[in-house]
Design a protein around this ligand. Sequence first.
Ligand code: EPU
Length: 434
Amino acid sequence: MDVMRIEGGNPLSGSISVSGAKNAALPIFAATLLTEETCVLENVPNLSDIRFMAQILEYLGAEVEQTDPTTWKITAANISHRAPYNLVRKMRASVCLMGPLAGRLKKAEISLPGGCIIGPRPIDMHLKGFAGLGMDVNIDRGYVFLDAIKASGNLIFLGGRHGSTVTGTANVLMASVLTPGKTVIECAACEPEVVDLCNMLVSMGANIEGIGSPTLTIQGVERLGGCTYRILPDRIEAGTFLIAGALAGKDLTVTDLRVSDMTALIDKLKETGVPLQINSENSITVSKSGKPLKPVDVVTHPHPGFATDIQAQMCSLMAITPGISIITEKIFPNRFMHVPELQRMGADIAIEGPNAIVKGQPKLSGAPVMASDLRASAALILAGLVAEGVTWVLRIYHLDRGYDKIDTKLRAVGAVIDRLPEKDMPKDLNPEAA
Ligand code: EPU
């Protein structure tokens, strides 16, 4: 296993580019199961989650080929309908295989993925959506069994306690494009990744109206064809780099993003006083302010609100912003695993229910810290960029799930960050050393 070693205090300048979006690519990979024809997917990020998804598609019988570092060619001519626990448990996003398999094969057997560190991740709304389409839905021995022989279009409501559901919307949508009749999904997720999936499905011949709105109207078609589709930029990776720029930037230009997908974060960064220049729809230059930033309150919401996936990274910024900021997590109310690790670096953060009360400190200091999930890992890397001394981030396999070569990209703009085998970490600093 590798660890990340970061020497804090080095300015970031130059240009850093954003890869394709993980959370768009994963359901889009699953959507290739909807056709026996070839789909070519471009701008695919180089991530372990993508490789897991490719493995599952291969297990199901698809021919999967990575033709260059960012392009994948997938042909799902003959596929089976069963994805077992040993594959599905590696990645929650494999739940979004249910919709395409039920749509195309009229049946699916997918293992339930199991626990998740960021809190309970039920799929009741996915199953409610499938049942609403007239599928027979059963859970038995840890598997979801779907029988879609009698499925037909219907009105499906996908609103829940925390808003809509992103992969739930993707799942019901992917099932409905090949389900006879008209399906209306009300309270559909409006995240850019759902829009990207809709656009990909339309390019395969699906009939979808209301794309980007909370009401998706789908007229089922008999078959879909292949496509060549380019995945949208990763707004969370882009946001992570913008916050890196706010912490340590000296004219750091983040390129290949989509400004229109990131309004809530840009607004908050401006409110705190981060010098941020929008150069075009695809490029933003950001610097560390010469003056102290102002504390801000942040509440996570479904899109276009402030994304939960950038909440941990914002905590790192607020940890060294003078004054008190309150960060409220409304999507996954327990998603604060980064907090105890930031505290080890000197952050003053108290958790009260779904709120993190952050008292900004003059500085953070480097320490060995443990990554617990993908976005918590990113928050620790960001903190390490400004902490005094050396920060060691352990368990970085979480990071590799969702950030494409983050160490290489940050190093190219001036960060002193290295990926090392864990054995090269001083033993007295490694909490996991025997
Ligand atoms: N929920 C239910 N029932 C359901 C589905 C969801 O109660 O059937 C609840 C969840 O527990 C949560 C809320 O609804 O409180 C929203 O969950 P959602 O289903 O939208 O999340 P997801 O689709 O499982 C995706 C991303 C997450 C991201 C969330 C929210 C993918 C593969 N994952 O998860 O990304 O945090 O949407 O935007 O798209 C990440 O990238 O680090 C990550 C966790």
